[in-house]
Design a protein around this ligand. Structure first.
Ligand code: ACO
Length: 323
C-alpha cells in the first residue's frame, strides 16, 4: 500500500497588485522588481479574509476533485507562516471546523516555504503506516499580514494564496508519492525570521530577510537536493515531466534548472503572477499545471523547495488523480 496524490487545487484572492502600485508608496520601480525577481503581479487577501478562509476554499476544491466527501477526511494538516492565531488554535483546527470535519486530528506545521514538502512527508507516513486513508494537506498564506510595506526589500516579493491536496491510498507504486526528502539547518535562522512582538514595544511582527545571502545558499541547496533525490531513485532530469520548484525568484529557478539541465517545457513557472506565496507556492503551481489540462494520471513531477529555518526538501510525485 502506497500514499498517492489524489487531487490538487488552489485559491487565489481576487485583489491583484502590480509593481506600479508599489512605485506609488516606496522607492522602487517595476523594472527593478521584474529584473531582480521576475515578479509582475501578486494577489493580496482582503482585511477580513484570513489564512483559514483561503485554505478552506482550496481544501473544498481538493476534496471535490478527489471524488470524496468531507467526512472521508481522516486528518487535516496546514503549513503556514501566517496563521490566523499566534499559538492557538491552529489554523488546521479552524479549517477543519469550517469544513465540518470534526473529531479528527488537525494540526499546523511550520517550515516556511518548504511547508508543502513537509506536509507530503508527514501525510505519506500516516497513509503508509495504515493509520489514515485520506489526508487533506494545505499550504496557505496571508503573508501580507506580516509584511512591512515600508521595507522595499521584502514587501514586493510576496503574495497571498492557498494550495491543497488530498493524499490517499494506491496499490500502484508507479502512481504514488515515490520519495520525499526534507531537511533543515537552524544555524541560519537569522537570515529569515519573524520576530515575536513584545508587549512593551508593540513591535509589529514583520518578516525579516537577508535576501542576498539566502540567494546563494538557495541555489546550491536546491540543486544538491534535486541531484540527491534523482540519484537515489535512479532517475535523471529527463525522466521528469514537470519540475515544480518553489516560486521565490525567477533567477533562482533559472540557475537551478540550468545546473540540472531541465528544459524550458519541463519547468513550471507562476512566480511572475503570484510572487512568493511561501507554503502555498508549490501546490498553487501544481494546480496551474492541472487546470491547464496538461497533468495526466501517472505523470511524474519533481517538487523542490527552500525557505526560512532554514528548511529545504524535494519530492518525486506521480499524479494519481482524475485528469
Ligand atoms: N526596489 C529597488 N531597489 C531595491 C529593492 C526594491 N524593491 N529592494 C532592494 N533594493 C536595492 C537594495 O537596497 C540594494 O541597494 P544598494 O546596492 O544600494 O544597497 C540593491 O537593490 C541590491 O540589493 P540585493 O539584496 O543585493 O538584491 P538582490 O539582487 O539579491 O535581490 C532579492 C534581492 C530579490 C530578495 C533576492 O536576493 C532573493 O530573491 N533572495 C532569495 C529569497 C528567497 O529565496 N527566500 C527564501 C524563501 S522565502 C521564505 O521562506 C518565507
Amino acid at each position: 500500500m502506497f500514499a498517492s496524490l489524489k487531487s490538487i487545487a488552489s485559491f487565489v484572492p481576487s485583489r491583484c497588485v502590480n509593481n506600479f502600485d508599489f512605485e506609488k508608496s516606496i522607492d522602487t520601480t517595476h523594472e527593478w522588481i521584474v529584473e531582480r525577481t521576475g515578479i509582475y503581479t501578486r494577489h493580496f487577501a482582503e482585511d477580513k479574509q484570513f489564512t483559514s478562509d483561503l485554505a478552506v476554499e482550496a481544501g473544498k476544491k481538493a476534496i471535490d476533485r478527489a471524488g470524496i466527501k468531507n467526512s472521508d477526511i481522516d486528518m487535516v494538516i496546514v503549513a503556514t507562516l501566517s496563521p490566523d492565531f499566534l499559538g492557538m488554535p491552529s489554523t488546521a483546527c479552524v479549517v477543519a471546523s469550517k469544513l465540518g470535519i470534526t473529531d479528527k486530528p488537525a494540526f499546523d506545521i511550520s517550515a516556511a516555504c518548504t511547508g508543502f514538502i513537509y506536509l507530503l512527508s508527514i501525510a505519506k507516513s500516516f497513509i503508509e503506516s495504515g493509520a489514515c486513508k485520506n489526508i487533506l494537506i494545505i499550504g496557505s498564506e496571508k503573508i501580507s499580514s506580516i509584511l512591512d510595506f515600508n521595507d522595499r526589500s521584502t514587501c514586493v516579493l510576496f503574495g497571498d494564496g492557498a494550495g491543497a491536496a488530498v493524499i490517499g491510498v494506491t496499490k500502484d507504486k508507479e502512481k504514488s508519492i515515490l520519495d520525499v526528502h526534507v531537511s533543515s539547518n537552524g544555524d541560519y535562522a537569522n537570515l529569515l525570521y519573524t520576530p515575536i512582538a513584545d508587549s512593551k514595544s508593540a513591535v509589529k511582527q514583520c518578516l525579516n530577510m537577508r535576501g542576498n545571502e539566502i540567494f546563494k545558499i538557495a541555489v546550491k541547496t536546491l540543486t544538491n537536493d534535486v541531484e540527491m533525490i534523482l540519484n537515489k531513485n535512479n532517475l535523471s532530469s529527463k525522466d521528469i515531466l514537470f519540475f515544480i520548484p518553489h516560486q521565490a525568484n525567477l533567477r533562482i529557478i533559472s540557475a537551478v534548472a540550468e545546473r540540472l539541465s531541465f528544459q524550458k517545457e519541463q519547468i513550471v513557472l507562476t512566480v511572475q503572477k503570484y510572487g512568493n506565496t511561501s507554503a502555498a507556492s508549490i501546490p498553487m503551481a501544481m494546480n496551474d499545471v492541472y487546470e491547464s489540462g496538461k497533468l495526466k494520471n501517472g505523470d511524474l513531477m519533481l517538487l523542490d523547495a527552500f525557505g526560512g529555518g532554514l528548511t529545504w526538501g524535494s519530492a518525486l510525485v506521480a499524479f494519481d488523480g482524475i485528469s
